[in-house]
Unconditional design. Structure first.
Length: 239
């Protein structure tokens, strides 16, 4: 829980929480009057830190609140996002159909990851954004061969890669698959040789992102997924 310079206390929502949770949290504070009309929200980076959420996800939530009339953007000196006057139209969220892990097979998860992660790596490399990848790699380095910790660190690494793309659709889709992704890693996470090789490959990928090697980063993550995390035995050439 943190307090901004205006005195309002924002509670951390937590990394990985969905777009709807951010919207409902901020909207609730406005409706209750905790954030009065004319209140200026903290800057986007500061608010993301206080709420403990990714900036792409927060950005989409703020846009939704602007469209529905809860917030207004003022330009120029002293501008920013402000709580709008009452009479906002109710924001209606369109909920996705629930996804049961019983309906998801590893091949389904891998198909989605191959569609998202290579492009996410390309976008992250274009932005030279490897900071969160470095934190996730350090976590992986301290996980040893303890399966639960290895799985958690790997999921965090790949989520950080997708978030670095700053594509909120990628983030939302990937976030919804964190459970199935963790389950799809299987018994391999208990193999010390596999863990060591994964760390080496993911360290190389982080360097490519940091150096802005967009094409190489895209190819590297695709090759890694196919060779190290795909149960179907496919090779890069087969794809």
């Amino acid at each position: 829980m943190t307090t901004d310079e205006f005195g309002y206390t924002f509670e951390s929502i937590g990394v990985g929480r969905g777009f709807e949770k951010i919207v409902s949290t901020l909207r609730g504070a406005i409706v209750r009057g905790d954030l009065p009309t004319g209140y200026r929200l903290p800057s986007e980076p500061e608010l993301a830190t206080q709420l403990g959420v990714s900036r792409p996800m927060l950005r989409e939530a703020l846009k939704a609140l602007e469209v529905s009339g809860y917030l207004e953007v003022r330009r120029g000196y002293g501008g920013g996002r402000f709580v709008a006057a009452p009479e906002a139209e109710e924001f209606v969220s369109i909920k996705a159909a629930p996804l049961s892990t019983l309906d998801v097979e590893p091949r389904h998860v891998m198909d989605v990851r191959l569609a998202i992660e290579p492009m996410a790596a390309r976008l992250a490399a274009a932005a030279h954004d490897s900071m969160d990848l470095g934190r996730a790699l350090r976590k992986l380095g301290t996980a040893g061969t303890r399966p639960a910790r290895v799985v958690d660190a790997l999921v965090q690494y790949h989520l950080a890669l997708v978030e670095s793309s700053e594509n909120p659709v990628f983030v939302a889709v990937y976030d919804s698959l964190r459970g199935p992704i963790a389950m799809s890693l299987g018994q391999r996470v208990g193999d010390p040789a596999w863990c060591a090789a994964s760390r080496e490959r993911l360290t190389h990928l982080m360097r490519l992102v940091d150096d802005g090697e967009v094409g190489a980063a895209e190819r590297a993550v695709r090759r890694y997924l196919l060779e190290y995390q795909d149960d179907r035995g496919e090779t890069e050439e087969a794809r």
